[in-house]
Design a protein around this ligand. Sequence first.
Ligand SMILES: [Zn+2]
Length: 1003
Amino acid sequence: MAAAPALKHWRTTLERVEKFVSPLYFTDCNLRGRLFGASCPVAVLSSFLTPERLPYQEAVQRDFRPAQVGDSFGPTWWTCWFRVELTIPEAWVGQEVHLCWESDGEGLVWRDGEPVQGLTKEGEKTSYVLTDRLGERDPRSLTLYVEVACNGLLGAGKGSMIAAPDPEKMFQLSRAELAVFHRDVHMLLVDLELLLGIAKGLGKDNQRSFQALYTANQMVNVCDPAQPETFPVAQALASRFFGQHGGESQHTIHATGHCHIDTAWLWPFKETVRKCARSWVTALQLMERNPEFIFACSQAQQLEWVKSRYPGLYSRIQEFACRGQFVPVGGTWVEMDGNLPSGEAMVRQFLQGQNFFLQEFGKMCSEFWLPDTFGYSAQLPQIMHGCGIRRFLTQKLSWNLVNSFPHHTFFWEGLDGSRVLVHFPPGDSYGMQGSVEEVLKTVANNRDKGRANHSAFLFGFGDGGGGPTQTMLDRLKRLSNTDGLPRVQLSSPRQLFSALESDSEQLCTWVGELFLELHNGTYTTHAQIKKGNRECERILHDVELLSSLALARSAQFLYPAAQLQHLWRLLLLNQFHDVVTGSCIQMVAEEAMCHYEDIRSHGNTLLSAAAAALCAGEPGPEGLLIVNTLPWKRIEVMALPKPGGAHSLALVTVPSMGYAPVPPPTSLQPLLPQQPVFVVQETDGSVTLDNGIIRVKLDPTGRLTSLVLVASGREAIAEGAVGNQFVLFDDVPLYWDAWDVMDYHLETRKPVLGQAGTLAVGTEGGLRGSAWFLLQISPNSRLSQEVVLDVGCPYVRFHTEVHWHEAHKFLKVEFPARVRSSQATYEIQFGHLQRPTHYNTSWDWARFEVWAHRWMDLSEHGFGLALLNDCNLRAPKAPDATADTGRHEFTYALMPHKAPSPAPATSWSAFSVSSPAVVLETVKQAESSPQRRSLVLRLYEAHGSHVDCWLHLSLPVQEAILCDLLERPDPAGHLTLRDNRLKLTFSPFQVLSLLLVLQPPPH
Ligand SMILES: [Zn+2]
């Protein structure tokens, strides 16, 4: 057939080709309509419903009842198991045969007792290949099982994706039949769609665009859908076009298969286990059919789940990992939040993760992988370095609301100066489909394309799982090297970063935190989860410290390594980026609270056992010893139990990481360091609390009218203003309810005014003075607060209980300070950083809501005001309609200060540090501890200074060696122990880990 000249109008030509491949129009005569040939129903279909997530062996024993296409099943979170008995017609010999399955929900096909493929309409997986080519002697009868979860890829939101789940949702089976699949038609469709993409994407200014359009037009001319013998001619036209290669300067796109599975989000943890199986078994099947396909998989926890629930699938995963096709990445236990976990918890993400990857896959990960979280701590580069990682892939900063981040490939320099190479996939997604549009966008968007000629391209359905499809792979393979487009290479993350490293001379450096200008509500939503996280971090810290000290002092004590690993893994699981952030559904929040309860109860049992072993044989009066788990001496007022269940106050002094007996009541008075607390209530109802260090004045409604540093007479509250002022804000974001708090909420400020006369004296002075009041926030919500000042204490505490029943409101408390500074200081992991207090530039005002750990400070020369702990309440409605309603209890404290001054120690102290700049954060048993007698100590420099200091030890230590965060000794890191002291040198914000080998204990 002679080719006619292509004289067609651009638009009509384009649309002609579109109609030829359309799934909607002209399917009676177009090419798309020929994708499948003959079809026939399955022989027998039966099913049963269950609210449980059953193992296969148990499910197939159940009673299956007859079922048919059109049946509906449910409700939400249930599972419908289908038994599919089928017989392929003999006439189909020589053909490719599929089981075509379309239903709501997420399906998993089981064959001969093993999972073989996921089936989801949303993830474009609606057919299972029964045979590539039916042989004459092949068995034609077969029984399969399809396990369908009653939830979509993204849960079961009522009306919208992030709405709370609809518990009554029903699901339907709409297709279950056998059909002949025409692979040659499929390949032509892929080519035609790519050519259309090139024509549209390059546009009329580009000659290659016309070549693509005319090639497609010619293909339609020569191809008769009813006559398959015409297909090869069309195919040859496409091959000629795609075989025309680009030049040497072509940008390279590194395409890596991926499937972001949120460890819990709009669905519970237990469903994630099945999501992993469905997604990964499908990825393995694609690896078998496409040996060049590489798939990157993060999150050790998910692999551990599959290992225990699907052992057969897991051993195949390990096989494909050996072949280099299934590539573990990330190095962490889960993809955690990048702001809220403590520094130590971030270290444990890597410690648990890297050790798992090493044990299960023979090597640690060399890339940190966190595509989807809501900002990244300035300490992450140093933590990555300490865990053997110099490369980081993420993407979320493309969601910035105000400022567009200036780089896609750059060096990121952390708080201490550690540098890592970072890449953001420039297509702004971790769920690409392999279209020409995405490929072109990747290059066009890449802000560093003149500096480094490589980009990542992560393809596959993500968030709720799903992963790549064969069609995506067919597209990307066809685009491997075509003139006019970037080169596309199926690569591993290692190949991408190696290419970037060798092309890194001109890259820029970004210093400090990677702040996401969106989702700032995740710092506050679900206050109970935040509180549980911080409390459990503290409990595990204390268990490890006391167990380490007990280990050093007692030959009988067994360090609870296995229990601690279990509890740490639960805590790390809850630090997933949609759990600790509060952006999950109610079901997940409840499970998270159960995890915290487990950690609390088991942790406290372990704590008691360790304390008993540590203090054995050293009873104080009434057998009571007080243990201090912090690395500095503490003099504090404590409530001590009295016989009969009552409590009495006592002033106790305990050295750094040590213990002291309770002082007998008679010796209390002489111990008072300075004046007792005075409490005076005036006739107008106002109350003054004074301990000689600070003087606090509260008005009759409980607001702070004055806070004075007594020695200097310096007032901390701004003139004419009041502190401890509660204020309500409207809190209606644009869309992402639980995630976001918008700048405009600040324009809706409404002070909550109390009633005069509600303030009363609580504790009358001496060791402790306090006043308390009730405040009606609204007709539905109220709070009570006790304002407490202790003897010798430089700060005033506000113990608060709130009954909160608001919708879309945000409660804050204000302290207008008589301090002027353009910067405020906030604690972050292993250090602190400063952020502006003004809105000069768009980068400044985009940080109207920021995060901090346990303190923040506003200081000018010679004076400052610090706020300890945090308190804030929000009431978002999606995805959890009940988020944050109910009772809350929290404490914050206010401390005006000149400069801190530590005091000397007595009694028994295990460890103390000579410099106030250095914090001894963690004491634990080493992960691989010979004879279980090695400890790991983690210290950091907290002031941002170069420091030489002494670490005093009173444990019997044989050897001290510096090590990294994964506890691998530094060969040049042997330290000399002199007079029970070790000399340590720190640079600003440096984290040091120390391996201590203990001497055998006395028997
Ligand atoms: Zn996510």
